[in-house]
Design a protein around this ligand. Structure first.
Ligand code: ZN
Length: 169
C-alpha cells in the first residue's frame, strides 16, 4: 500500500492542466495502484484524480459501488480511466459534492445527468462507458481535476450553494 498525501486547495498544482499519458508501462501501473490505494484509504473515497497527489497526468479513478447513495444506483464498480474524454453528455442534475482537496466545504453543483466516456485502461486498452446519475457526477468531478477545475469553480452562488462542513466523512 502506498498512501500518498493529498494536495489541498489552494495548492497551485490543482489549477494545472494535466498532460496525456503516453507510455503504458509497468511504472504507470504502479502509479495507478498508488492512486487507488490513496482513494481507498480516505473515508468516503469514491473518486480521485492524479493531480490531487501531484501527478499531473490524465488519470482518474472512480468507484461508487460502496457509497450509500451511489452504490444502489447503476454503476460500473471500479473504473480506472486514462486520458478520458467525454464524447457526449445530456440532461442535468444537482448533487451535493465534496472533494478530498477541499475538505472544509461541500457545495451543490449542476452537472450533466449522463455522460458517454472514451478512455483507456492502465494497459492502453480502450474503455467506452455510458454512465448515469451519481457515478456520472463523480466522473465529471474527477475529470475536471485534469483541467485544473475544482467543484468550487462550478458553484453558481457561493452564498446559497456552498456549505462548511465539520468533518470529512
Ligand atoms: Zn475532487
Amino acid at each position: 500500500m502506498a498512501i500518498l498525501p493529498i494536495l489541498k486547495f489552494p495548492d497551485p498544482v490543482l489549477k494545472e492542466t494535466s498532460r496525456s499519458v503516453e507510455r503504458f508501462s509497468a511504472e504507470l501501473s504502479i502509479r495507478v495502484d498508488g492512486l487507488l490505494d490513496t482513494m481507498r484509504a480516505m473515508p468516503g473515497g469514491i473518486g480521485i484524480a492524479a493531480p490531487q497527489v501531484g501527478w499531473t497526468e490524465r488519470v482518474v479513478i472512480v468507484d461508487v459501488s460502496g457509497h450509500k447513495k451511489g452504490g444502489r444506483q447503476d454503476n460500473h464498480g471500479l473504473l480506472e480511466l486514462v486520458n478520458p474524454e467525454i464524447l457526449a453528455m445530456g440532461g442535468s442534475q444537482i448533487i451535493r459534492e465534496g472533494c478530498m482537496s477541499v475538505p472544509d466545504y461541500t457545495a451543490n453543483v449542476k452537472r450533466a445527468q449522463w455522460v458517454l466516456v472514451d478512455a483507456l485502461d492502465r494497459n492502453g486498452k480502450q474503455v467506452i462507458i455510458e454512465s448515469i446519475g451519481f457515478e456520472a457526477v463523480v466522473i465529471q468531478h474527477e475529470m475536471d481535476h485534469l483541467d485544473g477545475i475544482l467543484f468550487l469553480d462550478r458553484v453558481t452562488s457561493l452564498k446559497t450553494d456552498l456549505f462548511r462542513r465539520k468533518s470529512y466523512a
